[in-house]
Design a protein around this ligand. Sequence first.
Ligand code: ADP
Length: 451
Amino acid sequence: MGVMPAWTARLALHALAATAGAVIVGFVGGWGEVRGWVMASVFLLVYLLVALGRLLRERDRLADWAMKPSADDVPDVGGRWGDIYARLYRLIREQSRSRAGLSHALWRFRQAGEAMPDGVLVLDAGNRIEWMNPVAEEHFGLGIKRDREQALTNLVRHPSLAAYLAAPTYAEPLLLRGETDRILSIQLVPYGDNEKLLLSRDVTRWERLEAVRRDFIANVSHELRTPLTVMKGFLETLTDADRMDEKVYRRSLALMTDQAERMQRLVEDLLMLSRLEDSRSLLREEPLDIPALLAAIVQEAQSISQGQHRLTTDFAPVWLLASREEVRSAFTNLVTNAVRYTPPGGEIAVTWALEDGDPVMRVQDNGEGIAPEHIPRLTERFYRVDRGRSRASGGTGLGLAIVKHVLQRHQGRLVIESEVGRGSTFSCKFPSARRLPARTEAADVTPIRAA
Ligand code: ADP
């Protein structure tokens, strides 16, 4: 036997109260008389109607409240009905609190998605767009308001994208080249019920750097292979020959030395470039006596020219706060280029002057000149107008790249002016802040520098 439920006890209590009331009323009306029976019956009827009325009233109140349940106007009643309302009130409050928590979490999630530097696109099982962040809109030229629920492949018509979406796995990202120069890296991440997250990243810059790197390695390998092949050929000839003419022997050695020197120049230029490009390498500045430095460089150039060119100079008594090694390398490259690319009998003028307060070193030749389409590319590594001509005169193809980097590190710039058949002018312009007055005693002058 179980414990009697509360409602049965209450019903029994009501039955007891009603019976007791009826008995009392019956007595008052007269025991055993008709009046007594009628009064007892009326009492019972009224009792029942009152109970039923209360039940109906509370039912309607609950029904009304349930139409628009709100925690703010919970009916204020006592007893068991009050318990019901209190419980419902608590349920509603918990529900609305967890709904607010959920929508806040969703909002934060979206904020995070929108703040992502990469494009994020949410696709449903049919590859239709459910959501995307502004970066994805920009990457694919879409708009979330306009394109929601559209199939992505209808909007972005790219055969490789359709194939990628249909692929069984998405382990590898897809490189997407659009009509513009932009290159996107696409990665699909499946989740949930056949839904997908599509991540897009702009890798244009990275891909370009990668292409430059590949070209550079190919160029270096090629540049090194040529002298090596020549040297190996000579070595094989020397090894195979039983007896060799003394003259041929000496000539072979001289040619091999040429090739070895060429490789050495190339390696030295490469090392110089890598030092210049290393952002961590500090500029070792010192006051430089440029007129003296240029005089030495011009003298070297004269020995390269072997008297075949007329070299003139005009140096202002101005010093420069700069790196000796770097400036020497840049100026030497420009002066020897002028000798190398100017036919015998040509004239070369090397000047050092102030122009609007800025120190400028200029090398002017009346040599072969350069066609305008080549000029913007001359400072690229290994760029040559005439490969054979550059090689024949011992060029590495790195000289002007070195000049450009040196000037950049000194906040200066290289200006190239040229006309085919008339000659070229290369100007190194330095900022006035690097200018120093000429001095005889290096110790008694402090550098002038702009604040
Ligand atoms: P290289 O070792 O080939 O001389 P540079 O970087 O010094 O390499 O020069 C790049 C190219 O610029 C050269 O191959 C040449 O075609 C051109 N060039 C440089 N200086 C001159 C000049 N003074 N006159 C004509 N062409 C020049």
